[in-house]
Design a protein around this ligand. Sequence first.
Ligand SMILES: [Zn+2]
Length: 184
Amino acid sequence: MRGRPKLEDSRDNQYRVRLNDEENEMLSYASLKTGRPKSEIFRLALVDYYNKVRLTELNLESTDEEAWDLGKISLKRVIKCPFCLSQIRIDLEDESQVTCDERDMGPETLYEFDFEGECPSCGRTYRVTGYVSEYPQGALNSEKINVKMTEPLSDIPVSELPEQVIARGKETVEKLLAGNKRQK
Ligand SMILES: [Zn+2]
């Protein structure tokens, strides 16, 4: 018996990817919000990264005049207020100290930040620390963004916690309190 004719775009290569809980949540979220299967989100990210690698490669072979400006990564992010859990837009570009390191495929740019902001919803102060690394140019290499309150959550009586937080249940409240204590 003859096998099924091969589809023109059949996907015969399998690849297993390990994700931590945070990455897994990001994948589920992106899939839910866009309605795209999780596998497709990986493929899209791959195409994007691949294109950046190809363009960087050609730039390296070009003279300075021939090279294209590949732009840089966006440093706009959405963080969550650690107190009232509302979403806050931040532009890390305004807050970063930038350093460059020459590597095989051009410069690696490191954006480091440590700044405080005020939540527009609850008015409490939060602190953002971490870094974003860009390599090759225009592509995300790695990032770590920590957000915590400037005053310890553990000093605030549970009765003063915002409704949104209490509504998430005792376990979430305890986790928040414990997490903030740990980061002190
Ligand atoms: Zn807030």
